[in-house]
Design a protein around this ligand. Sequence first.
Ligand SMILES: [Cu+2]
Length: 200
Amino acid sequence: MAVMRIFSSLLALSLMAAPTFAEEATPSADGTIIAPGQCHTIVPTGEFGKPVFVTFDAEKKEAYLTIVATLTDHNYGMNFNGYAKGEAGYTIPVGYKVKVKFCNNSPTPHSLIIVEASEAKTKINLGEEPYFDGGMTPDPLKGTTSKIVDFEFVVDEPGKFAFACGFPTHSAHGHWIRLDVVKDGEPKFVEPEKKMEEEK
Ligand SMILES: [Cu+2]
């Protein structure tokens, strides 16, 4: 009987974990399951179908970011929006509310947590205390798989920060992009200069 009970609870667990595709993708704090490899479908596109990783409302002082873990194979998949090791990142003016739509494109667990840039490069374990209140996905040490998760925070201090993967060892292996909080200007996603030159 005990065996049966274990078996049925395992079955229940596996049913719970099975992807249940909601009629409409309505991301919540707990996340919405998305099929692996489909995160690109939630990234808005601009001119020539180019992905738009940030939009903003200057009056409301709100920035809307879309950040995809494992968008490409770059850095063994440990990238955000196709970039790793701080080679790209966001510039956000101080005082903005940052609303992030995070999507893990992979069945491998990843997460996001805001830390100081110097920590992103070196620390094996980034913990569960984001630099800015609310600045992380739930349970960053465990991460999420193939999910969309929303979170928001206010950048109330200028400095060099990072959107880093909180899954142990990932950030130290390059799974982070920059978050530069600047005194003024507009929210931007800044890609490496080389890429921008190629596009000219
Ligand atoms: Cu990761």
